[in-house]
Design a binder for this molecule. Structure first.
Ligand SMILES: *Cc1c(COP(=O)(O)O)cnc(C)c1O
Length: 446
């Protein structure tokens, strides 16, 4: 078992960040690891539990990133750790398509039951969000016998070749990595903060424009699927206006286009629902999950209508490690933790604190242009005072201040000017407020 006493849930900064021991190892990082890898927080991790990361210099860092929305149940959550230890002593791998095992099936049963929609569903498990997106597209094309995929501005779907094509932002995700897959069509995302039409009519205007583009430029009968993040992640936590997702779903249904929700970042209790789609009772034909599903072990899934999921030939789906038994054991620990710790409710409570405190900061600091998001998935967009011009410089300064004071916060956004909050849902209120005090002081120091 993890020694939880060794990681008390309080912030403690005892060296500069990085401290001397981390700095030594980071030199080896530079020498040994690809220069293509970024680094958001320059320390070397020794242990982590719930919402505190302990580095090798003894600093206790508040984690407001949850490993990019992964450890929603907390780092090394007890039910996850226990189940993984038990599983590793039984067997580590057989390959589900060679000799199947029960926990893969249990994970699929849970997903089939708990993703939106009351109809018969089936699932397939893979290793990463990008691989799940790729599989959803394969399945959609095979089922519909159509090829076109509609995606959105500011979208992020992964870093493999097909998912780079589906992702909007060039730098750093796509620059120099082409050629990209074809039959991918991008349409505008209603980004209310930067919307230039009639804001009161954003939903109607956006739907009309998108549907017009689909009908005139692609042909609705050529579209296999519309793929969308119900709240965009890397794009800057852009929340579509009310009515937009239901309107899109209606168009999709009427035109036999599959509606696919990429819930990789927004899923698993993050937004105050198990899945973000539930907020407006949107029922996708397929739901893509990853990140929060495995509590830190690599796992992802596609869950969808049984007729859709069954459409491809035997052997058309699979992979060596997909639904590895250790990752499935972890997922069962995640599901159990979400239910027993009532993490959907906790996400709402955290959301209330974030909204209140971030709005208070927005009223004090003119560089904060907007506070947005839902539940424990919220962000602030930074601008030059008195305008909407992106302000990545202010963001860099505030993030640096948080780093030096032991608070890990992630950034996002097409314009590199969004600070996003993805705390583990088990974070204590005291710890969350302490981190927000540090952030507030960072703005005051600008
Ligand atoms: C992270 C992410 C992905 C890609 O997941 P990986 O596990 O990194 O491949 C896809 N879609 C969304 C919305 C994501 O946030």
């Amino acid at each position: 078992m993890i020694d939880t006493d060794a990681v008390p849930q309080v912030r403690r900064v005892v060296t500069a960040i990085p401290g001397p021991k981390s700095a030594e190892v980071l030199k080896r990082r530079t020498e040994a690891t690809s220069g293509g890898l970024g680094m958001a927080f320059p320390v070397i991790v020794e242990k982590a539990h719930d919402a505190i990361i302990l580095d090798i210099d003894g600093n206790q860092i508040i984690d407001l990133g949850a490993g990019i929305g992964v450890t929603n149940v907390g780092n090394s959550a007890p039910r996850v750790v226990e189940r993984v230890i038990a599983q590793v002593q039984q067997f580590t791998h057989t390959n589900f398509t060679t000799a199947p095992y029960e926990n893969y099936i249990e994970v699929c049963e849970w997903l089939n039951k708990n993703t939106p929609g009351k109809f018969a569903k089936k699932s397939v498990l893979v290793n990463s969000g990008a691989e799940a997106v790729e599989n959803a597209i394969k399945i959609a094309r095979h089922f519909t016998k159509r090829q076109a995929i509609v995606v959105f501005e500011h979208a992020y779907h992964g870093r493999t070749n097909l998912t780079m094509a589906l992702t909007a932002k060039n730098m750093p995700y796509k620059e120099g990595f082409g050629p990209f897959a074809n039959e991918v069509y991008r349409v505008p995302m209603p980004y209310s903060y930067r919307y230039e039409g009639n804001l009161a009519k954003i939903t109607e205007e956006s739907l009309e424009h998108i549907i017009h583009k689909i009908e005139k430029e692609i042909g609705a009968k050529n579209v296999a699927a519309i793929l969308i993040e119900p709240i965009q992640g890397e794009g800057g936590f852009i929340v579509p206006p009310k009515g937009f997702l239901p309107g899109l779903q209606k168009f999709a249904n009427e035109n036999h286009v599959l509606f696919i929700a990429d819930e990789v970042q927004s899923g698993f209790a993050r937004t105050g629902n198990l899945f973000a789609c539930e907020d407006e009772n949107v029922v996708p034909d397929m739901v893509i999950t990853a990140k929060g599903i495995g509590g830190g072990l690599p796992l992802a899934a596609v869950t969808g209508r049984a007729d859709v999921m069954d459409s491809s030939h035997v052997g058309g789906l699979g992979g060596t490690y997909g639904g590895n038994p250790l990752a499935c054991a972890a997922a069962l620990g995640v599901f159990e933790t979400i239910e027993e710790e009532k993490l959907v409710d906790r996400a709402r409570l955290i959301g209330g604190i974030l909204t209140a405190r971030l709005t208070e900061m927005k009223n004090k600091y003119s560089v904060i242009g907007e506070v947005r998001g839902r539940g424990a998935m919220q962000a602030i967009e930074l601008v030059k005072a008195g305008s909407k011009e992106p302000n990545p410089e202010a963001m860099a300064k505030v993030i640096k201040h948080c780093q030096q004071n032991g608070v890990l916060i992630l950034t996002a956004g097409t314009y590199g000017n969004v600070i996003r909050f993805l705390p583990p849902l088990v974070i204590t209120e005291a710890l969350l407020n302490d981190a927000l005090d540090v952030l507030d002081a960072g703005f005051a120091a600008l």
